[in-house]
Design a protein around this ligand. Structure first.
Ligand SMILES: [Fe+2]
Ligand SMILES: [Fe+2]
Length: 252
C-alpha cells in the first residue's frame, strides 16, 4: 500500500491514499490533510476497505492524530464506515446539516453520535492545526447537501465527486481534451445542474487553486488544467438540463 504526497512543506502535508477498490466497487480515493500533528481525512469511504484505509492513514500520520473527518456528502463510498472511524479515533466528523440525521442509518453507536457535526448551508471555516480550511458550498454537485474543501496552504481544492473520473488509470490528468471522455458520462448523469456548476465555477475562480483533487480518478495539477476544467464545467449540460425525454413509463 502506498500513499502519494501531493504537497509537503515540512509542517503541512497533503496525502492521497492508494485506491483499494476492486472490480465491482467504484474506485475511490481517500485524502489526508496533515498540519503539524493534527490530521483530517476526507471521504474515508465504506466498510469494504475500512481496515486498509485505517492502517494506511495511521502510517501516513507518523504518530499524529486524526482530529477531523470530512464528509463531502452522504453517499456510501463517502460515509458508510463512519461509525468505525468515530469509535477508533477521537475525531470530530463534519457533514452537511441535511445529512446528520440520516447518516446514523449507516449504523452509529450512541456514544459517538454527538461527534458528528452539521455544516451549515453557507459553508464554514475550520481550523486544522494552525491551518484555516475553507469548507465551500457545492450543493447539487451532486448531492443537495454537498461541500468541498479548499486548503489555502497547499492550494488544493478537494472537489468530491465533481471532476471525478471513476476508473481512470492515470493518477494525474496529462491532457484535458484527452481526459474529457473519462469525465463526461459521470458528470452528465451524476451532477444535478449546469446552473449549480456555473455558480460553483464563479466561486472557485476567486480562489488560487494549484491542484484540484476529486474523490475518484485523476488529479488536475496546475492552474492551467484547473482552468480548463472550470471552462468545461460551466458549458456542459448535466442532470436536470438533460431530462426532457427521461420521464416515460417504461414499455412492457
Ligand atoms: Fe457521490
Ligand atoms: Fe463518490
Amino acid at each position: 500500500m502506498t500513499a502519494l504526497t501531493l504537497f509537503d512543506n515540512g509542517h503541512h502535508r497533503n496525502i492521497l491514499l492508494e485506491d483499494f477498490s476492486e472490480d465491482s466497487v467504484v474506485q475511490s480515493s481517500q485524502h489526508l490533510i496533515i498540519d503539524g500533528t493534527d490530521a483530517m481525512i476526507l471521504d474515508p469511504g465504506g466498510h469494504r476497505f475500512y481496515r486498509q484505509v485505517m492502517s494506511a492513514t495511521m502510517s501516513a500520520l507518523k504518530g499524529g492524530k486524526l482530529t477531523h473527518i470530512f464528509l463531502s456528502h452522504q453517499d456510501p463510498d463517502v460515509a458508510s464506515a463512519l461509525n468505525g472511524w468515530l469509535t477508533t479515533t477521537e475525531a470530530t466528523a463534519w457533514a452537511s446539516v441535511l445529512w446528520t440525521r440520516f447518516m446514523p442509518h449507516f449504523g452509529m453507536d450512541r456514544f459517538v453520535a454527538q461527534r458528528l457535526k452539521g455544516i451549515p448551508d453557507e459553508g464554514m471555516r475550520l481550523m486544522l492545526g494552525q491551518c484555516e480550511l475553507c469548507i465551500l458550498p457545492a450543493h447539487f454537485l451532486h448531492s443537495p447537501g454537498n461541500f468541498h474543501v479548499y486548503d489555502p496552504v497547499s492550494r488544493i481544492l478537494y472537489s468530491g465527486d465533481l471532476g471525478a473520473s471513476p476508473g481512470a488509470q492515470a493518477r494525474e490528468v496529462a491532457d484535458f481534451a484527452a481526459h474529457v471522455p473519462q469525465l463526461e458520462a459521470f458528470h452528465r448523469r451524476y451532477m444535478a445542474s449546469r446552473k449549480a456548476a456555473q455558480a460553483w465555477v464563479r466561486m472557485v475562480r476567486t480562489l488560487h487553486v494549484e491542484v484540484m483533487a476529486p474523490q475518484h480518478g485523476a488529479v488536475f495539477r496546475g492552474p492551467a488544467l484547473v482552468a480548463e476544467f472550470l471552462a468545461w464545467c460551466e458549458e456542459t449540460d448535466c442532470g436536470v438540463d438533460l431530462i426532457a425525454d427521461t420521464y416515460r413509463v417504461p414499455a412492457k
